[in-house]
Design a binder for this molecule. Structure first.
Ligand code: ARG
Length: 467
């Protein structure tokens, strides 16, 4: 290196000292974030060493020394004692091997990496770490959905306005609203279980790119490390960050659902709506306005959706143009992934906290229902009397117009006024001006009647069980 470094007399030579530019050292090193994989890196090395022992590359004693040495390294990381040597410990792989060498001697530690490359090593570490994180996220998501199911069951009697275009549309059950998102999140759960399968495949033994020259038993290594399957092409094994990208695509979709869910609740918690009231644990006050109670938790969920998506979009751009197999660009997959996974995991837990502690106001929900929201029910009433829907739609529209013009709520119009619009209205029309009846009429699968909502709860519970 020294000979090729620019000399001090050169115009641009000032920053170069004969080694790497100090900024380049910092720019290149990943140890300050890939240390997150220390335990996976050690587990991978031990499985790899065991396989190499079977091949006679390591003796049984050497293997035991490696295991014992790594026990200490792991303990140092776990207790915060591990001393990172800045400028030497470039990444978690070099750091662990350097420390192992100090403990058991470089004579043995130096054999560990036989046939292996950091290229298959790092892909293995990230996959192992990620599958554990995704399993935690799976459990968080199951908890979230259980809370939604329990609330939907308990508060099935609460009726509120349903909206399209954020305009009052038709009465729905509050539970029906909760389950609308519950269904989306339950599908996220199904997708997640698929993603985990593809993450959990083992690239160890792919070497730098071309494979392992000593006939390592990759299946045994994968089995020891808890992988479900192998990566079957060594070049793909070191090139592939699709498992990270797919995770973030998955997380972006989940956060999209989260963001819309949060937005609904922000609206419902506003003074103008007042359908829900957030627990103090998930709101904050204003430093200036004493009366304020702000839904910060929900705003952060909405905001962090943008961040999660950004990490996914960033990695897509990082990967899109790089040539075959390993390139250092791939190191740039780690930080977005760490951040994304933390954001998604935390967000689901916060959402669970919010939904399990908020209070609803049945009164405010009911007070927001207006008779015009029953205009469709009026049209449906005449359909049941044999009038074609296109016609009933117009008739009901005229009722709405009369109510507006006369300043009388639709349900307070006299029977004579209704008959004046269409003679086919009969005295039983009064029964249509009933929000309960309106929701109960929608009893086909997926509707907002009690039985249809109960069925949705049952379906969601089955999805949790993996059915
Ligand atoms: N720290 C590197 C990464 O995260 C490890 C692989 C380095 N491999 C190499 N050939 N330089 O991608």
């Amino acid at each position: 290196m020294a000979s090729s470094a620019p000399s001090k007399t050169m115009l641009w030579g000032g920053r170069f000292t004969g080694g790497l530019d100090p900024l380049m050292v910092a720019y290149n090193e990943s140890i300050y974030y890939d240390r997150a994989f220390y335990a996976q890196d050690i587990a991978g090395s031990i499985a790899y060493a065991r396989a190499n022992t079977k091949l006679g590359i390591l003796t049984e004693d050497e293997f035991q020394a490696i295991c014992k040495g790594f026990e200490q390294v792991k303990e140092e990381w776990a207790s915060g004692q591990f001393e990172i040597k800045s400028g030497i410990d470039e990444d978690i792989h070099t750091a662990n091997e350097r420390r192992l060498g100090e403990i058991i001697g470089t004579g043995i530690a130096g054999k560990l990496h036989t046939g292996r490359s950091r290229n298959d090593q790092v892909a293995t570490d990230i996959r192992m770490w990620l599958r554990e994180e995704l399993r935690k996220i799976e459990a968080f998501l199951v908890d979230f959905l259980k809370v939604i199911a329990a609330r939907a069951d308990k508060e099935i009697d609460a009726v509120m306005p349903g909206y399209t275009h954020l305009q009052k549309a038709q009465p729905i059950r509050w539970s029906h609203w909760m389950l609308s998102y519950g269904q989306q999140f339950a599908l996220d759960l199904q997708r997640l279980r698929e993603v985990i399968k593809r993450v959990n495949r083992c690239p160890l033994g792919c070497g730098a790119l071309a494979g392992n020259p000593f006939g390592i038993d990759r299946e045994a290594v994968a089995k020891e490390l808890g992988f479900e399957d192998l990566i079957y092409n060594s070049m793909q094994g070191v090139a592939d960050r699709d498992f990270a990208l797919e995770t973030m695509q998955w997380g972006s979709m989940l956060m999209n659902h989260m963001s819309r869910w949060a937005e609904d609740l922000i609206i419902y918690s506003s003074g103008e709506f007042g359908f829900v009231r957030l627990a103090d644990a998930y709101s904050t006050g204003s430093s200036l306005m004493p009366q304020k109670k702000n839904p910060d938790s929900l705003e952060l969920l909405r905001g962090k959706a943008g961040r999660a998506f950004g990490q996914m979009a960033g990695l897509t751009m990082t990967i899109k143009g790089i040539p075959s197999t390993y390139n250092k660009d791939l190191q740039e997959s780690v930080e977005p992934l760490l951040d994304h996974v933390k954001t998604v995991g935390d967000s689901i837990q916060i959402a669970t906290g919010v939904i399990s502690t908020l209070d609803i106001s049945r009164d405010k929900m009911r007070a927001a229902l207006t008779p015009d929201m029953l205009a469709t029910d009026l049209a449906d009433y005449l359909v049941r009397k044999g009038v074609p829907f296109r016609e009933t739609h117009h008739i009901s529209g005229r009722v709405v117009a009369l109510a507006e013009k006369s300043g009388t709520p639709m349900d307070k119009l006299s029977f004579e006024q209704l008959q004046g619009i269409d003679a086919r209205f009969e005295p039983d029309i009064v029964e249509s001006f009933d929000y309960e009846k309106s929701v109960e009429m929608r009893s086909a699968i997926g509707g907002t009647s009690r039985s249809a909502v109960e069925q949705q709860i049952a379906v969601m519970k089955q999805m949790l069980e993996g059915q």
